[in-house]
Each structure stands twice: as C-alpha cells, then as structure tokens.
Design a protein around this ligand. Structure first.
Ligand SMILES: [Zn+2]
Length: 82
C-alpha cells in the first residue's frame, strides 16, 4: 500500500470517478511507456476504455483502478454537437 495521498490534492474519491464522458481527457499518475500522461476516454461501462493521446494505444481499466490511477481531468468535451 503506497501512501502517496496528498492532503491538498483535489478530492477524487478513490472509489468513485468524477463525471467522465466520451472524449474526456484525463491525466494519470504514472506515464505510459511512450511517455504520455494523458488519455482520452473512448468507452464507458463497467470498464473504461482509454486511448493514449501520444501513441494511440487503447486499454481497458476497471473504474476503481482508473479512479486510483487518475490524477485529474485535463479537458471535458464541449457539448456543441447536440
Ligand atoms: Zn502511449
């Protein structure tokens, strides 16, 4: 159990994800092997599909795991298509 909880960090509950939508770009705590920290949400469900913004690799992460690994939201999609 790593204790890297920072009291001043934004309040992302470890068991709950903030409101993720398709196209939301998130930042993770650890970089992908390609060096990028930023991922785009490409699938929602029990598992969240993420696409690496740098190399385009796609992964599926269970919500809980993503909540633990996520550092924050980089950008939310704009809602002008609807
Ligand atoms: Zn990558």
């Amino acid at each position: 159990m790593a204790l890297d909880f920072a009291p001043q960090a934004p309040c992302y509950n470890a068991c709950m994800l903030p409101d993720l939508k398709l196209e939301t770009v998130v930042r993770l705590r650890k970089p992908h092997p390609c060096g990028s920290y930023e991922w785009k949400v490409v699938r929602l469900g029990g598992d969240i599909g993420l696409e690496c913004l740098n190399c385009g690799r796609r992964v599926l992460l269970p919500r809980r795991l993503l909540a633990q690994r996520m550092k924050g939201i980089v950008s939310q999609p704009k809602n002008e298509s609807e």
